[in-house]
Design a protein around this ligand. Structure first.
Ligand code: MN
Length: 421
């Protein structure tokens, strides 16, 4: 990657989308047409139109217009070489010295759109969804709250990336508002459970990776091969109802407390775009089993932010964390997921689990930020929050920054609506 490259399309200084990013998404055009797209600055690029106009003729993996689709799955399924070749075409076509498209007004009219004129849709048809629990700070915080300091981490935690199989139907794209869930809960001061709207609505600051490769039942993916199957990453707000979760989760894990809405960012940022921001994973002690051993830089330095915005009010920055804090990296997660022969599909979503950092300000959930409601957060309008109120909006943003290059993910935005009658 040339970090100094510029595009002939305008990119504002603090944009998440310089020419080095080239994320993939699905957009609905003003005409109603739904296509795969990429983005530079605030300009959205219709890849289906680029294909029809012949700009991808040199990419032999593209045998038909996979971009004329309401999901990226067909494109992702073409594999790593196709992803790299399409990226190479875009990197060249939009370079500031390339006038092939820049000087063709008729083509530009068919290909380029203002971000404000399109609607972003969920970029992939989600197959299976796994949620890991890979932040040692988060697992320790929650462990202390529920089991005390001496038993904070379960005995398995440092030996395998703990996870559970989630619900994929309720994964939605940024801008989708979610009603407060209803369910059973049993507060500590009651003998019997009651039914009603959750009182302890929370977000979970997570990132997720999306697989673009497939394996057969019985196959396993090694840590070294894992990235060949990973198409890219998204922001993932895994909404959680803590009161429903606390009552239901023993012994089989989260269920209805987590399956009423998880909100992704709309653009999948590829590992090629993130390559410049690799970093070492935290040292793992005790040593992990051979199938989980990871060498080299398999973690990513991605700044994460969470904002809470009351209705009609301003955004309050309530959390700053980083993807690099994860104890288990994405390659170890995929290796563990598949070690038993579980087959991997194109469009699967693998979320990190809440990403908390070492300081109070870096905790990735209200549960931790307010320490179960015992230390409320004061917002700029003077109001307090222990958990999320009705009509609050949660915005998550993520970006990498190094040597003057910024590559970002845009945002995951969701307003919590009152429970349905
Ligand atoms: Mn989660």
């Amino acid at each position: 990657m040339n970090i100094n490259q510029k595009s002939w399309l305008k990119v504002e200084v603090n944009s998440d989308f310089p020419i080095q990013n080239l994320p993939y998404g699905i957009i609905k055009l003003a005409s109603g047409k739904i296509v795969a797209a990429t983005r530079i600055g605030d300009v959205v690029i219709d890849l289906a139109a680029l294909y029809e106009l012949g700009y991808f003729n040199g990419v032999k993996e593209l045998k038909n217009n996979v971009f004329e689709s309401d999901t990226l799955n067909a494109f992702m399924a073409l594999g790593k070489r196709a992803w790299a070749n399409v990226r190479a075409v875009l990197t060249d076509l939009f370079d500031e010295v390339n006038d092939l498209l820049r000087e063709n007004d008729a083509h530009k009219k068919q290909v380029l759109f203002d971000q404000n004129e399109v609607v972003n849709l969920l970029p992939m048809a989600v197959g299976d969804y796994t949620d890991f629990y890979s932040s040692i700070e988060h697992a320790t915080n929650v462990g202390i709250m529920f089991r005390g300091k001496d038993n904070a981490l379960m005995p398995n935690w440092k030996h395998l990336p703990v996870g559970y199989h989630g619900r994929s139907s309720s994964i939605v794209v940024s801008g989708t508002n979610i009603h407060r869930p209803k369910g059973q809960m049993k507060p500590a001061d009651q003998d019997l459970p009651s039914f009603g709207a959750s009182k302890l609505m929370d977000f979970e600051l997570e990132m997720a990776f999306v697989t673009g490769g497939q394996t057969q039942l019985g196959d396993s993916i090694s840590v070294d091969e894992a990235e060949d199957y990973i198409f890219g990453m998204i922001i993932f707000n895994d909404l959680s109802a803590r009161d429903i979760q606390a009552w239901e989760y023993v012994p089989l894990g989260p269920f209805l407390g987590k399956s009423f809405g998880s909100i992704t960012s709309p653009w999948i940022v590829t590992l090629d775009a993130l390559d410049y921001f690799r970093t070492q994973s935290p040292k793992q002690e005790p040593e992990v089993l051979p199938y989980l051993k990871s060498t080299g830089k398999r973690s990513f330095d991605i700044n994460l932010e969470v904002f809470l915005q009351p209705k009609g009010g301003e955004e309050n920055l309530i959390c700053e964390s980083n993807h690099k804090y994860l104890y288990w990296n994405i390659s170890q997660q995929l290796a563990h997921q598949s070690v038993n022969g579980c087959n991997i599909n194109v469009g699967d979503v693998y979320a990190s689990g809440t990403i908390s950092g070492p300081t109070d300000k870096s905790f990735g959930s209200m549960l931790e930020l307010t320490w179960r409601g015992s230390k409320p957060i004061t917002l700029s309008d003077g109001s307090e929050r222990k958990f999320i109120n009705d009509n609050d909006t949660i915005v998550m943003r993520a970006h990498c920054q190094k040597d003057g290059l910024r590559i970002g993910f845009g945002e995951s935005l969701c307003q919590i609506l009152p429970a349905k009658e």
